[in-house]
Design a protein around this ligand. Structure first.
Ligand SMILES: [Zn+2]
Length: 464
């Protein structure tokens, strides 16, 4: 090895032991060196996890990472004993501080005999959670810890994306949406098909990714999820999760019959018929997602082609199912102030593709306003309406709703007559829809100018 400084190289330094930190040669040499480890364990009759009497899974090997599996505390002890023998013969050292034991149980506490393991006289720590290849696993194998971790990372990604946006000045809705897909979605969904298929976890993921959209549009956190989803035509996260799981099934079905993943999936399907806890059999939450759209029979035909040809149809069916649910909630919604007619075929409202981000924001805020609070961001500041309280300006016992603000307020009547056209012939509700659903350039501009003028008026009378 030489060391370069500016344009000069040092004399050569011989490396006689070990490899450089981070060198890809290191895991490769390690893999070659321990290539006989499974045979070694098999020859000594160590028991791993029995897979349908077809094979034993003794350990999972990935690069320089070894995870040994046992079905009981006593067989774990036998594993450790054979591991010591293997290390002694091959001159290997085990880093005890990095070695952990996790006892997995479906319920109840960890038993005493599942603690107190030793290796060469040193205690090995027994842990309740362990991060294996980037996924946080807990001893109850329910996926909650991975979901909490993913949520935390997702929120960090939202924070850093928000920072990038403020520096870049990404000025259109589509550019902000792209940043979401590339930074937040990918962080949130890392290996999600392993841990994120349960309903409670899916709900958590939906809430986390929507935080981004609520934040960039300054929507109150209490805004029901379906409002920004319908308005912005943002798909749910769960069809993405189902897609990950679905692709994983296809990948396994394409494997050779003797591969562990394939044997494992076959066994899980056999066991799924009478399994006590649905959360511990990977196929069951997948099946229950499919059963929402009447497609649970997919598991009756485990043929790769069958799964491949049905993929797009099933995923689209699930997306439509969820959108329909949103529409039902929306039509019955008591928390939305201005219900606008919407249908399953609706895509992105045209105004979102036209204006710059700060001009589309106030219109969106009005269209998805809820009954608890509403921010309207104008270039002269934010108007904060409190729909549950009486109007601060009119003194006529009317509440500060969107209808009051846009149609009835006596305090704003002169501004209104300048910018908005209100018909006395139709109801307030219809007038509201006419204003908020008017996507013509003049309609869009008039609304924006009205909001700016209101903001100016409020600033002049409410001291900061
Ligand atoms: Zn008023």
């Amino acid at each position: 090895m030489h060391i370069r400084k500016d344009h000069h190289l040092s004399d050569s330094i011989d490396i006689t032991e070990g490899v450089l930190q981070g060198d890809i040669l290191s895991p490769l040499l390690f893999i070659l060196f321990i290539a006989d480890i499974i045979k070694f364990f098999e020859n000594r009759d160590v028991e791993g996890l029995n897979l349908n009497n077809l094979c034993q899974i003794l350990m999972l090997l990935y690069a320089d990472d070894i995870a040994a599996l046992s079905h009981s505390a006593s067989s774990s002890e036998a594993t450790l004993k054979v591991l010591k023998e293997y290390c002694d013969i091959n001159g290997l050292e085990v880093n005890i501080s990095k070695t952990k034991i996790m006892a997995c149980r479906t319920s109840g506490r960890i038993k005493k005999k599942d603690k107190g393991f030793q290796f060469k006289g040193k205690s090995i720590e027994v842990v309740k959670t362990y991060t294996y290849l980037g996924v946080a696993l807990s001893s109850n194998l329910q996926g909650d810890i991975a979901a909490t971790e993913a949520s935390k990372r997702g929120k960090q990604a939202i924070g850093s994306t928000y920072l990038i946006l403020s520096r870049l000045g990404a000025e259109t809705w589509l550019s902000k949406k792209k940043l979401h897909d590339s930074m937040i979605k990918t962080t949130l969904l890392y290996l999600v098909h392993i841990w994120g298929l349960r309903k409670e976890i899916l709900d958590k993921l939906e809430a986390t990714h929507l935080l981004y959209f609520k934040r960039i549009f300054h929507l109150p956190v209490c805004t029901p999820h379906y409002l920004p989803r319908l308005e912005l035509d943002i798909p749910h996260i769960s069809p993405e999760v189902l897609k990950y799981a679905y692709n994983w099934v296809i990948k396994i079905l394409d494997m050779r019959e003797d591969r562990l993943s394939k044997l494992g999936l076959t066994r899980l399907i056999q066991l799924s018929a009478n399994y006590k806890s649905p959360n511990l059999n990977w196929t069951l939450p997948v099946k229950s997602l499919l059963s929402l759209i009447g497609e649970e029979q997919m598991f009756e035909d485990m043929n790769a082609t069958h799964w491949k040809v049905n993929k797009d149809r099933i995923l689209n069916k699930y997306r439509s199912f969820l959108k329909l649910q949103d529409l039902k909630r929306y039509s019955k919604s008591e928390s939305c102030q201005t219900p606008i007619p919407r249908s399953l075929e609706d895509s992105l409202p045209i105004y979102l593709t036209r204006g710059s981000f700060h001009t589309i924001t106030p219109k969106l805020q009005l269209r998805v306003a809820n009954i608890y609070s509403c921010n309207i961001s104008t270039k002269l500041g934010v108007i904060k309406l409190k729909p549950a309280e009486l109007c601060r300006f009119c003194h006529n016992s009317e509440k500060e709703t969107i209808a009051h603000f846009l149609i009835n307020s006596t305090f704003l009547s002169s501004l209104r007559s300048e910018y908005l056209q209100i018909s006395k012939e139709v109801s307030d509700h219809l007038n509201l829809i006419i204003i908020l659903d008017d996507h013509s350039t003049s309609g869009f501009k008039n609304l924006l100018n009205y909001l700016t003028a209101c903001s100016e008026l409020f600033n002049s009378i409410t001291p900061n």
